[in-house]
Write a protein that binds this ligand. Structure first.
Ligand SMILES: Cc1cc2nc3c(=O)[nH]c(=O)nc-3n(C[C@H](O)[C@H](O)[C@H](O)COP(=O)(O)OP(=O)(O)OC[C@H]3O[C@@H](n4cnc5c(N)ncnc54)[C@H](O)[C@@H]3O)c2cc1C
Length: 471
């Protein structure tokens, strides 16, 4: 052994004491005794909606993470799924990235076996002018623009994989009533406690909040949450169309009160998402079904007053585009007429914006609507959540691969910055679109109409929009 000077010895001793102090004080102070803890897990996911269940499945199937003990806590009782002849009124438009994720987790096969409708065209048009934008999958991408899937079918397909005998490391508790969280504030040794109403307590190294827009995990983290309500509701219903068609087009018309959208389900049926003021939404829910159908056909077809100045400018701009060989937007498909709605399929949901300034804290991460909430006008909400699932799973696996713990702050922070780089611009763009299109002043209508015409004429911009929306 080499001789050590007393100053070096003193220095090392001080360092060692500091280290010991750091380790001992990093043990979380807790109001629960260890013998009260029902079970220790590596990861607990609070919330078994579409995002939480998919995350549990992704972690369970990842070869670098499959040794971890995972618990999924879902507040609702387990739902028994049955494929009914009539479609559910809750559907989502899934993008190509989500389809790839679902394929990689062997979930997509169950959806395809049941039912899914591809979207190959999209037409978005303004009721206050003649401006229109259309997307054709054959022109701008090699594959379909999106896929319409019922929420309950998607959840069923995820659960089929999640409960398969091959997936041994994930436990699920349905009807879980969580009464509180005690989060570790220490980075070096995280242990979070989850207290249940029935007196049980679970502990875990990493707690993941997938508990939706009113996330209790986010509240327990004490992070800043920027949010507002749009004072709009999304009225949904399942529609029977007047005529049978191939029905692979998603239609969206911007009305002064908000967008009305039809998403294709099959050759004769579409799903409605009609975003409108709270009072109007309530009225729509009260109307007899035939009158509701009339109101909807009006929303899709009625001529709204156009400003003559806006009309003159947009037709001049259209002819300029045409003169240089670009599409002027005059060519348009006619939307379908609605014949009837599926009885009792109407419902309305409040719409809002939410952004958690932090997605991570020591030993905690947020995914899905718990971290971000957007207006459904661009069909992005759950797709952003599935992007979180993909990235978080990869970063946790990277942490293990590099010999670090799943709670290591550098990997959790990489997850946060990677997702916020994608999610925040998307949220801002969706919010800006909402604000731009719910104003009916002629100068604003003019600016957005010219912007729409220009975007529609320039294929590279359309490709750029699509590529952001699908990643
Ligand atoms: C009208 C409408 C149309 C939409 N259309 C689209 C679309 O076309 N495309 C798209 O991408 N997105 C769409 N969205 C958004 C999409 O529905 C949401 O982004 C998605 O549901 C979020 O999923 P999530 O799993 O993060 O949260 P949630 O669906 O809110 O799930 C949270 C889960 O956590 C559980 N939970 C909550 N608290 C607790 C607790 N304390 N303990 C245990 N469990 C708890 C809940 O029971 C629930 O199961 C739409 C939304 C609306 C309102």
């Amino acid at each position: 052994m080499l001789p050590m000077s007393s100053s070096v010895r003193r220095f090392l001793l001080t360092k060692a004491k500091t280290y010991v102090r750091t380790v001992t004080t990093s043990k979380p102070a807790t109001s629960f005794d260890d013998d009260q803890i029902k079970q220790n897990y590596d990861i607990i996911i609070a919330g078994g909606g579409m995002v939480g269940c998919t995350l549990a499945c992704a972690i369970g199937k990842n070869s670098l993470l499959s040794h971890l003990k995972v618990l999924l806590l879902e507040g609702s009782p387990q739902q028994k799924y049955e494929l009914k002849p009539e479609y559910s009124n809750r559907v989502v438009a899934l993008n190509q990235n989500t389809k790839s994720l679902m394929n990689s987790l062997e979930i997509w096969q169950h959806i395809e076996k049941a039912r899914v409708q591809p979207v190959r065209h999209m037409q978005v048009w303004d009721a206050s002018s003649n401006a229109l934008i259309s997307f054709n999958s054959a022109d701008i991408m090699d594959d379909d623009v999106a896929y319409i899937v019922e929420n309950d079918l998607l959840l069923h397909a995820v659960n089929k994989e999640l409960t398969s005998p091959d997936l041994k490391n994930v436990n699920i508790v349905y009807g879980a009533k969580i009464s509180g969280y005690e989060l570790s504030k220490h980075e070096a040794l995280t242990r979070n406690l989850i207290k249940m109403n029935n007196g049980d307590t679970y502990s875990c190294k990493l707690l993941i909040g997938a508990d939706g827009a009113n996330s209790a995990v986010r509240n327990a983290m004490g992070v800043q949450y920027l949010s507002w309500n749009y004072d709009h509701m999304g009225v949904v219903a399942t529609l029977h169309l007047a005529e049978e068609t191939e029905n692979t087009t998603a239609w969206q018309r911007w009305l002064p009160t908000g967008p009305v959208a039809l998403l294709p389900l099959d050759s004769k049926r579409s799903s409605l998402v009609w975003s409108t003021t709270v009072d109007h939404a309530k009225q729509l829910l009260q109307l007899p079904e035939e009158q509701f159908v009339d109101a909807l056909n009006d929303a899709l077809w009625k001529q709204y007053p156009h400003s003559s100045a806006v009309e003159a400018c947009t037709s001049w701009f259209g002819s300029c585009l045409k003169s240089i060989g670009l599409p002027d937007g005059a060519e348009r498909q006619l939307p379908p007429s609605v014949k009837s709605i599926v009885s009792a399929s109407r419902a309305a949901f409040p719409l809002g914006f939410g952004h958690s300034t932090r997605y991570v804290a020591p030993g905690v991460a947020l995914v899905g609507d718990a971290a971000h909430r957007v207006h459904p006008l661009a069909g992005q909400g759950v797709n952003l959540g599935f992007g979180d699932v993909k990235d978080l799973t990869e970063f946790l696996a990277d942490a293990i691969y590099t010999g670090l713990d799943i709670t290591h702050h550098s990997w959790l922070e990489r997850y946060e910055s990677s997702r916020q780089r994608h999610n925040v611009p998307t949220q801002i763009a969706v919010d800006a679109l909402y604000r731009l299109y719910t104003v009916d002043l002629p100068p604003v209508v003019l600016v957005r109409s010219l912007g729409t015409q220009l975007t529609n004429a320039l294929q590279p911009i359309k490709k750029l929009i699509m590529s952001h929306a699908t990643t």
